[in-house]
Design a protein around this ligand. Structure first.
Ligand code: SF4
Length: 299
């Protein structure tokens, strides 16, 4: 297989610059990669992981620091998995790689009743194998291809079905504290990644070889977000910004904010400063969306 050619159109170059800069910004904001890191890039063969590897390779060449990449693919032994595609691609682009063969497919088929969604268990098993490989390879970071829309979908999944205000972080220390997982595509919109993958003509391997249905709950949330985005362009980006702009004192989790300690922070009000205090409180609560309401109150 020959290495894929870079398209030359202006719209491709603009898209490429955008995704590179978004990834660079996310890496910097969360200190994802440092000097001497050895980054294991998990490549399933889908559009997201292909884009992740492609842009990370570019940043590797242009970054002022040195870090190594190791592409890892897990062959889960699904029927029809084209096992030759990714090794040929990795060879063609000249990236160090390892293919891990482990039959998680049979385990999933054995454990999950016919007709039920297998993706939850499949992903957990896959994660377990990848963590083991990360330890064997002595890597310092594990890079996954989750993007901005994945993070927001997970937020709503957790709120709607788990009763928790929790998303998927750009950088994570695993529960056993042995691995750091990074998501360099955290700022990249899915639609742009899909366009990029089409431009670049990556050899895509679908994640439905096992015949599993897409996770229905996630699909519903994706549809809800897409409908909102069509109706109110920019809403997904605003939602993402809210993950970076959390106000614990305006939520209701006593473990996150000391509501019991508010009395000790209180100062004695005087009649003269009431209007100012109300305006300041409103500003803290609503700014910038209702900034104009605050302004008119002051007038
Ligand atoms: S579609 Fe199949 S291979 Fe992909 S996550 Fe679900 S169960 Fe696993």
């Amino acid at each position: 297989m020959a290495a894929p050619q870079q398209p030359t159109s202006t719209s491709f170059k603009k898209l490429q610059r955008f995704l590179r800069s978004r990834m660079g910004q996310a890496i910097a904001d969360y200190a994802m990669i440092g000097e001497g890191d050895r980054v294991m890039v998990c490549v399933s063969g889908g559009k997201d992981s292909h884009t992740l590897l492609d842009i990370l390779r570019h940043l590797q060449r242009s970054a002022p620091i040195h870090f190594d990449l190791l592409a890892v693919n897990l062959d889960q032994k699904q029927p029809g998995f084209p096992a030759h595609v990714l090794p040929e691609y990795f060879e063609a682009i000249g990236v160090p790689y390892r293919i891990v063969e482990q039959d998680t497919y049979s385990t999933v088929k054995r454990v999950i009743p016919e007709g039920k969604t297998m993706c939850g268990l499949c992903s957990r098993l896959r994660r377990g194998v990848l963590y083991r490989v990360a330890a064997e390879e002595g890597v310092t970071k594990i890079a996954l291809g989750h993007h901005r829309d994945d993070l927001i979908e997970t937020l709503f999944l957790n709120m709607f079905h788990g009763g928790r205000l929790k998303a998927m972080p750009p950088k994570l220390l695993t529960d056993d504290r042995r691995h750091i997982v990074i998501r360099p595509l955290a700022y990249c919109p899915e639609a742009d990644i899909a366009r990029y993958a089409r431009y670049r003509e990556f050899p895509i391997i679908p994640c439905t070889l096992c015949g599993s249905q897409a996770n229905l709950q996630r699909a519903q949330i994706k549809e809800m977000l897409q409908t909102w985005e069509k109706q109110w362009p920019g809403r997904t980006e605003t939602l993402f910004r809210s993950l970076q702009n959390v106000a614990p004192s305006q939520l209701a989790d006593p473990a996150l904010f000391d509501f019991g300690g508010l009395e000790s922070a209180r100062i004695t009000p005087t009649p003269d400063d009431d209007l100012d205090a109300i305006a300041t409180d409103l500003e803290a609560e609503f700014d910038p969306v209702f900034g104009s309401a605050v302004a008119s109150l002051g007038a």
